[in-house]
Design a protein around this ligand. Structure first.
Ligand SMILES: Nc1ncnc2c1ncn2[C@@H]1O[C@H](COP(=O)(O)OP(=O)(O)OP(=O)(O)O)[C@@H](O)[C@H]1O
Length: 198
């Protein structure tokens, strides 16, 4: 699958965040999106994931506008607590997405004891592992990671990225990742796209 922004622009009120932006992510590509705070990286992620519509230009998934229904484009947010139901135990949070296999649970270091807890009873890093597991649904073709590892220590960050990259290679997933970490971008990405200055 290939997702694309074509001359895309977004504005809130009468203020443009960016205009005329072009970017494409195809199978097996790991693309880093870098740029100063406030330039619109998260906004572009939401457009590419089909959560928001651009004010001008187009977002295309395999040449067509994002369609409702099952999304082959999955997003991992910087703050995992905002993307799970706080009243569900983690077992249910996972099951809602897919029947996550043992291999994924093990590779992400998800412990059996965490399954009966509520999201508020896990650390941010522990919760983010669940969000990554959910996003790695067998039908996922593109992952959009918006500073997913900013809250993690270096060892955990390396472990989670290693598994994501292994999966990207094995399943030909495309990854668009926002990161402020230049070293991480150099290490894991096939291509880096600097965002235009705001
Ligand atoms: N829903 C909204 N309503 C109004 N303004 C918004 C909205 N969402 C984002 N903005 C503004 O758009 C600009 C871009 O925000 P965005 O979060 O995309 O930047 P970013 O590059 O991801 O920043 P950071 O690196 O700090 O996370 C900011 O000035 C922000 O205040």
């Amino acid at each position: 699958m290939r997702i694309e922004a074509v001359k895309a622009g977004q504005r809130y009120g009468d203020r443009w965040v960016f205009r005329g932006l072009g970017l494409a992510v195809g199978p097996g590509e790991v693309v880093a999106l870098t740029g100063p705070s406030g330039c619109g990286k998260s906004t572009l992620c939401r457009l590419m994931a089909g959560y928001e519509k651009p004010a001008e230009g187009r977002i295309l998934w395999d040449g067509r506008p994002p369609a409702p229904g099952f999304a082959p484009v999955q997003m991992i947010f910087q703050h995992p607590e905002t993307s799970v139901n706080p009243r569900w135990r983690m077992k249910r949070v996972l099951e809602e997405a897919w029947d996550v296999d043992e291999r994924t649970l093990e590779a992400l270091g998800i412990e059996a004891a965490w399954m009966d807890r509520f999201p508020g009873e896990l650390s941010g890093g522990e919760l983010q592992r669940f969000c990554i597991a959910r996003a790695l649904h067998p039908g996922t073709r593109i992952l959009i990671a918006d500073e997913m590892s900013a809250m993690l220590d270096a060892v955990t960050q390396a472990q989670l990225w290693a598994f994501m990259l292994e999966e990207a290679k094995r399943r030909e997933l495309g990854i668009l990742a926002v990161t402020h970490d230049a070293a991480l971008a150099r290490r894991v990405m096939t291509r880096q796209v600097p965002f235009p200055e705001p």
